[in-house]
Ligand binder design. Structure first.
Ligand SMILES: Nc1nc2c(ncn2[C@@H]2O[C@H](COP(=O)(O)OP(=O)(O)OP(=O)(O)O)[C@@H](O)[C@H]2O)c(=O)[nH]1
Length: 281
């Protein structure tokens, strides 16, 4: 399946060029990754691109992820010296949490400014992350009803729009869309499962089979309960299991339909919380 999921190198190059151009305008980057796949939803080249910029790693969709796994991932990234925020982006405290965390990352700089008498300088932020990770949701929560302002920086001819928050941040109007980079099939399959890559470019039955193999290892009971299967349902191959579920759902032999149901159930949380990337130790 993964070999069918290819990003156009041109798209990737353009995204990087835009990000590089805008980086000099901001104080801080919010790098958003999906808490269910904190590794697979990152682009390793972004690391290089923003290595000299203060950065906050935001684990979004934490409400859908296994909380124990999220805690392990947080510790893993913190050990690498990163500042990490764990977030249900849609939550009521998002703006406050993100502002507090941003100020914490820039603490030394803010203190240095204050000793020079510069107070309450807005913190300029860029949001970056792969499609569907929650960039617009975060932006809307931060900005609420505030209108966009445009500003010109000396030496920059292009006008850049900033969105002001009531908590002292200014967010670059256009989030950096990044593409995940994956060389291995596993990463592609995981991205497909969460819906991070378009459904049109992967085979749903392959994704459903990967889903079943994942639950076989980590939580077979969730599948047994959801589809009212016999306790020994996993004593068969994933393909046969998919056929059993198809039958149980009343779809006769239309296993494509069952595959879609499985994926929808997973993405909407009906199979419980789960973390697909588990290699943090
Ligand atoms: N459960 C849950 N859903 C979320 C969270 N954050 C975002 N979503 C949902 O995820 C979907 C995608 O969110 P967006 O904010 O549009 O993502 P985006 O990164 O702007 O996506 P692109 O425009 O494709 O780049 C939406 O349906 C959101 O409601 C979260 O923390 N938890």
């Amino acid at each position: 399946m993964a070999q069918n999921i290819q990003w156009y190198p041109g798209h990737m190059a353009k995204a990087f060029r835009l990000m590089r151009e805008n980086l000099s305008l901001v104080d801080l980057v919010f790098e958003l990754v999906d808490a269910r796949l904190p590794m697979s939803s990152r682009n390793p080249e972004v690391d290089k691109l923003i290595e000299k910029k203060p950065r906050l790693l935001v684990l979004t969709k934490a409400d859908l992820a296994d909380s124990k796994e999220t805690a392990s991932w947080k510790a893993y990234f913190e050990k690498q010296g990163l500042n990490v925020v764990v977030l249900d982006t849609r939550g009521p405290k998002t703006a406050q949490m993100m502002t507090k965390a941003a100020k914490e990352v820039l603490k030394d700089r803010i203190e240095a400014q204050e000793t020079k008498g510069i107070k309450n300088r807005p913190i300029r932020v860029m949001l970056a992350g792969i499609p569907n990770v929650g960039k617009s949701t975060l932006l809307n929560h931060l900005v609420q009803k505030n209108v966009a302002i445009t500003a010109n920086k000396p030496g920059v001819t292009k006008k850049v729009a900033w969105l002001k928050t009531s908590t002292g941040l200014e967010i670059l109007d256009s989030p950096g869309v990044l593409w995940p980079k994956f060389e291995d099939q596993k990463t592609g399959q995981r991205l497909a499962l969460t819906g991070a890559v378009k459904d049109t470019i992967f085979a749903k039955d392959d994704a459903a089979l990967y889903l079943l193999s994942f639950f076989r290892e980590y939580n077979p009971q969730a599948i047994i309960d959801r589809y009212h299967l016999a306790d020994d349902a996993f004593d068969q191959t994933d393909v046969n299991l998919l056929l059993t579920i198809t039958e149980k759902l009343g779809f006769k032999d239309d296993y494509d339909k069952a595959a879609v149901r499985l994926l929808n159930d997973l993405r909407s949380g009906k199979l419980g919380r789960y973390t697909l990337d588990r290699e943090h130790d």
